[in-house]
Design a protein around this ligand. Structure first.
Ligand SMILES: [Cu+2]
Length: 314
């Protein structure tokens, strides 16, 4: 069961979330109390010691008060030390990855997440993991800086090109949790949204089994339609004729396209296959070469499925 968040924070659904929240509340309430104290005393003094019209005498000059000065130096120093050591303890916990953690490879690219499981499964934007199991994410980016953020797990880490960053978490309850890209990464950054789906170990095993086999009984165009959504093609291609980052796929099958190098081509199965595996081989006139390659992410039957789906949009 997914617990609700509080007024200030989303649900706390990982092993470290509770600790992060305690520290957050400690800092928050300490700051709130100090704020009220300091402002309160200030307002009181302003009123209490207001210069009276008939009061010509100057106030006697008080130069210092040892007890007061020691108090207002020591108390904040102690508070800062508490916050430092408390924070450091949680920071270490967040960064030391348990050795038995299961490992998933995360690839960020404009503008979706793809997840590679040890079993050879590849999925887009939906990270399915078992509950009460430490999960290690090995992350890298295909293009620009992205950042992996799951608010309910209180976990966030930058994802960089040409370098791996790592993160781990252990979900403490089942349910669906928001996954955001929290580093501005271009035009459709706001659509780089995913989900972390936390299930029981039994459900996870079933999921792995189901994802590992390709279901040959699904008609190709249905499979394609499903992939269009699953592989996040929709972030760049519309189906209704609207121009997004990429050209619409409506009625392109059988039509003639112009490329930036002046050549033309008729859209057929081979053309679509090439568009998916080597998107930069030919660039459609008026567009930029930003389509990612799906080499290694799509099986042959899935490419057939996408072709059949695009064909059905005629
Ligand atoms: Cu991003």
């Amino acid at each position: 069961m997914k617990t609700d968040g509080t007024f200030m924070l989303p649900s706390a659904s990982s092993t470290i979330a509770g600790e992060v929240d305690s520290l957050f509340y400690f800092i928050f309430y300490t700051a709130a109390i100090l704020f009220v104290l300091v402002i309160g005393v200030m307002v009181y003094f302003v009123i209490r010691y207001k210069k009276k019209d008939n009061d010509d005498n100057l106030t006697s000059s008080v130069d210092h008060n040892n007890i007061l000065e020691i108090a207002w130096t020591l108390i904040p120093a102690i508070l800062v030390m508490v916050v430092f050591f408390w924070g450091f303890k949680i920071y270490m916990k967040m960064n030391v990855i348990p050795s038995q953690a299961m490992e998933i490879k995360v690839t960020a690219q404009k503008w979706f997440w793809s997840f590679d499981y040890p079993e050879g499964i590849n999925v887009t934007n939906e990270l399915t993991v078992p509950v009460n199991t430490p999960v290690k994410l090995l992350m890298s980016s295909q293009d620009v800086l992205h950042s992996f953020f799951v608010p309910s797990f209180r976990t966030k880490m930058d994802v960089l090109p040409n370098r791996y960053s790592m993160l781990w978490f252990e979900a403490t309850e089942t349910g669906e949790f928001d996954l955001f890209c929290t580093e501005y990464c271009g035009l459709s950054h706001s659509e780089m949204i995913g989900k972390v789906i936390v299930v029981t170990q039994e459900e996870y095993d079933l999921w792995v089994e189901k994802e590992s086999v390709i279901d040959e009984s699904i008609p190709l165009d249905v499979l394609g339609k499903d992939l269009f959504k699953k592989k996040a093609c929709y972030t760049c291609h519309s189906l209704d004729g609207t121009r997004l980052v990429g050209p619409t796929l409506k009625e392109i099958f059988g039509s003639e396209v112009r490329h930036t190098d002046g050549t033309t081509a008729i859209v057929d199965e081979n053309y679509i296959r090439e568009s998916l595996l080597e998107p930069h081989a030919k660039i459609v006139e008026g567009y930029s070469p930003v389509m990612p390659t799906f080499q290694g992410q799509l099986k042959d039957r899935e490419i057939d499925g996408l072709s059949a789906f695009i064909k059905s949009l005629k």
